[in-house]
Structure formats: structure tokens, C-alpha cells
Ligand binder design. Structure first.
Ligand code: GUN
Length: 294
């Protein structure tokens, strides 16, 4: 069993991104510029945003955070988005989700210029991803593919079973892994809450990706000997032994499942660190115009 180290992989890719940016700047180019829009004061969102801006600094990407109060109106938020859409100094921006209940998230996502949508959430990017056209790919699925690639894991002809059909992980992952590419060329099955006999499905997986947000759901009886197991779950569970009162828990019962795997990602330290790297990568692509011509 080999443990997939997301921290080390993320650090290496960050170095590569930093080197490219240094080259761009040395050649007289401008630094990529990422803006984050944060509505409200949710603890999780705050810390994600801080991690994103810190990672930008480490790579030489300019970044700034625009904060809005939780009672901001949808019109005010969309007006700010329109400003960022028009600002030629901004290469990409993200609106941290979830948003307060009175705001229609889909309307907000659709207000973002798809050419600056480095989260890959706009329907144009989602549609282009599905048919294999250049686009911004969402961060978590991209992070999973980067790990498969970094560890030279064979995907061609493999049966990949994905647990969870969310718009930001399960569905885009299925679309990416079915493409005629590496990583890809998989036979993909997506399981969800209405799938009967999930265990029978998961036992057929050469590559099992758990992305449902259900701590410890995948147990050893659900995994084929030698499978590659990727755990996307990051649920905060109460833990009185930790100073902060919680710990991150994956969807896979690591202790019992890992001895049966060829490769497995831990939580934390697996997919998590990769998601930010994917965002940095998209920001670089947005700045260079490699996805959409500037
Ligand atoms: N909330 C949870 N994950 C994400 C993400 O990848 N992007 C944004 N904008 N919000 C999130």
C-alpha cells in the first residue's frame, strides 16, 4: 500500500507554478491577479479564503479579498461581479460558496464572466468540460487527477466508481475520467443516495473515489483487493482532544481500508492540499490566456 501524499505533491506543483510566474515576470509580463469575494463571516469560508490568498503569495500571484456583509443584496453582489468582469487587471476571481440563503447562488455563478471563472462553476465551463473542450476545470476534481498523474496511476480501461454526484466534485470527476485522455479513459460509475447495493458497485472499482461527505462510509468490505482509493471527504467532526474542538474526517475508514489498497489518500493531507493548487493553476492559465484567448 502506498499512501498518496497530497502535501508533498501540492508543494512540488506550487514550485512549478511559481517558476513559471517568475519566468513571465522576468520576461516583462505582469503577475497573475486573483480576487476572492467573501460574503459573511463563516469560519470555514474565512479559513479557506486565507489559505487561498497565502498560497497565491507563495507562488507570486497577486491576490486580494473583497469582503461583503451577510446582508448584502444579490444586486449589490452582482454589481461587484460586473465590476470585476470589466476590470482588465483582474485575471480571475472566485465567489466563495456557500452564500447566504437570500442570494440565488446559481444567478451569482452565471453572472461571472466564464473567461474569469477560475472555479470552473459557470455553465459554459461545465458544458465545455463535459465535451472535452478547453475550459477552467473545478479545483477538487482537478486535484484528484493531478494526484493520479503524479503517482503515475494507470487509468485507461479501469473501472472508476465515484460515490457522490455533487456539481462541484462527483459530476465533473465523472466527466473528466471518461474523456479520451490521461488521466481518463475510465469506465465510470456514479453512485448516489438512490443507488441500491452500493457495496456491490464499490467492490467492482479499480479506482474508488469517495465524495459524499459521509465520515467513514467506506469500510473494508466495500473495497476490492489492490484498488486505488481516493478520499475527497472533509467533514469536521467534534473532537474534544483537539484544541480547536474538531478534526477533519474523510469518507473512508482509513485504518481498515488502507491495508487492501495499492494507493490511498489520507485525510487530511490527501486531496485537500491539491484543491488550492488547482485554483493557482487556473489563475495562471487565465493570466496567460491559454484557455481563453485574451
Ligand atoms: N466552497 C467550497 N469549495 C469551494 C470552491 O472550490 N470554490 C468556491 N468558490 N467556494 C467553495
Amino acid at each position: 500500500m502506498q499512501k498518496i501524499d497530497g502535501k508533498i505533491t501540492a508543494a512540488k506543483i506550487k514550485e512549478e507554478i511559481a517558476a513559471k510566474i517568475q519566468e513571465m515576470v522576468a520576461a516583462g509580463g505582469r503577475r497573475p491577479n486573483l480576487v476572492g469575494l467573501l460574503v459573511g463571516h463563516d469560519g470555514g469560508s474565512e479559513s479557506y479564503m486565507m489559505m487561498k490568498t497565502r498560497a497565491c503569495e507563495q507562488c507570486g500571484i497577486r491576490s486580494s479579498l473583497i469582503r461583503m456583509e451577510p446582508d448584502v443584496t444579490q444586486e449589490e453582489l452582482i454589481s461587484k461581479i460586473n465590476e470585476l468582469n470589466r476590470d482588465n487587471d483582474v485575471d480571475g476571481f472566485i465567489v466563495q460558496l456557500p452564500l447566504p440563503k437570500h442570494i440565488d447562488e446559481q444567478a451569482v455563478v452565471e453572472a461571472i464572466d466564464y473567461r474569469k471563472d477560475v472555479d470552473g462553476f459557470h455553465p459554459i465551463n461545465v458544458g465545455r468540460l463535459a465535451i472535452g473542450l478547453p475550459c477552467f476545470k473545478p479545483a477538487t476534481p482537478s486535484g484528484v487527477l493531478m494526484l493520479l498523474e503524479h503517482y503515475c496511476i494507470e487509468t485507461r480501461g479501469k473501472h472508476c466508481v465515484i460515490l457522490g454526484r455533487s456539481n462541484i466534485v462527483g459530476k465533473p470527476l465523472a466527466n473528466m475520467l471518461v474523456q479520451k485522455a490521461y488521466p481518463g479513459n475510465c469506465t465510470v460509475t456514479v453512485c448516489h443516495s438512490a443507488t441500491p447495493n452500493i457495496n456491490e458497485m464499490t467492490r467492482q472499482a479499480d479506482i474508488l473515489i469517495a465524495a459524499m461527505g459521509s465520515p467513514g462510509f467506506v469500510t473494508e468490505d466495500m473495497v476490492k483487493e489492490g484498488a486505488v482509493v481516493i478520499d475527497v471527504g472533509t467533514t469536521r467532526v467534534p473532537d474534544a482532544t483537539r484544541e480547536r474542538g474538531w478534526r477533519l474526517c474523510g469518507d473512508v475508514d482509513f485504518a481498515t481500508v488502507s491495508p487492501h489498497c495499492s494507493f490511498i489518500t489520507p485525510v487530511p493531507g490527501g486531496v485537500g492540499p491539491m484543491t488550492i493548487v488547482s485554483l493557482l493553476h487556473n489563475t495562471l492559465l487565465a493570466a496567460t490566456g491559454e484557455v481563453y484567448k485574451k
